[in-house]
Design a protein around this ligand. Structure first.
Ligand code: E4P
Length: 217
């Protein structure tokens, strides 16, 4: 399973990248707004900076909702860097745009996915990645991980090439369960990635080893 970081914060992207395990970055309009980025030029420059920091796929989301506008916006985003993946919402015009991008060699990430039916449509349209929102499904009292398993089964049975990119990750256990359920990629906040490191027995064991090491230093 590939690891993406789910943020537009440059310091966090650098920190995750320095671990050596980062395969890409996902952003969305809310994450960009959180960083105080305003105006088309600033947005484009921010994506360019992220592409220069990380050698992997970088999702940049369109904010248009009409087919022609999505295509124009997506073309501009894709022109920033070869690693840009155009993120498109799961709506009717979004599916048309994903098909257009797929036919024209532009890679896509279909976002705001909450059902297996949506996952089938996105795969049929030729999406490169599919982003089911695990945490938001859990928040609404359904099982986000179960959806990853279901889509993984369908894609395997049908031979769809679209990669399942588990999104809306809230903790380290989500990452482990996504790996178990067959996600191809997990996009995670930095805290959830670092949460994978934690185990009290590791801390206790290391403290004891360091204490004992003093005896033969
Ligand atoms: C990333 O691709 C998604 O936009 C993001 O994971 C959504 O996360 P949230 O549900 O925590 O906002």
């Amino acid at each position: 399973m590939k690891f993406f970081i789910d943020t537009a914060n440059l310091a966090q992207i650098k920190e995750a990248n320095e671990l050596g395990i980062l395969d890409g970055v996902t952003t969305n309009p809310s994450l960009m707004a959180k960083e105080g980025i305003k105006g088309e030029e600033a947005v484009m420059n921010h994506y360019k900076t992220i592409c220069e920091l990380v050698d992997g796929d970088i999702s940049a989301e369109v904010v248009s909702t009409e087919f022609n506008a999505m295509v124009e916006e997506g073309k501009k985003l894709a022109a920033i860097h070869p690693n840009i993946v155009v993120k498109v919402p799961m709506i009717k015009d979004g599916i048309k745009a994903i098909k257009w991008f797929s036919d024209n060699g532009i890679r896509t990430n279909c976002t705001l996915v909450f059902s297996a039916g949506q996952a089938i449509l996105a795969a049929k349209a030729g999406a490169t990645y599919l982003s089911p929102f695990i945490g938001r499904i859990d928040d609404s009292n359904w099982d986000g991980i179960e959806l990853i398993s279901q889509i993984s089964h369908i894609y395997s049975v049908q031979g769809y090439k679209t990669e399942i990119l588990a999104a809306s990750i809230r903790n380290a256990l989500h990452i482990v369960r996504c790996a178990e359920a067959g996600a191809d990629v997990c996009t995670c906040p930095l805290d959830s990635i670092l949460g994978l490191l934690k185990h009290p027995l590791t801390d206790i064991g290391l403290a004891k080893f360091l204490e004992d090491a003093k005896k033969f230093a």
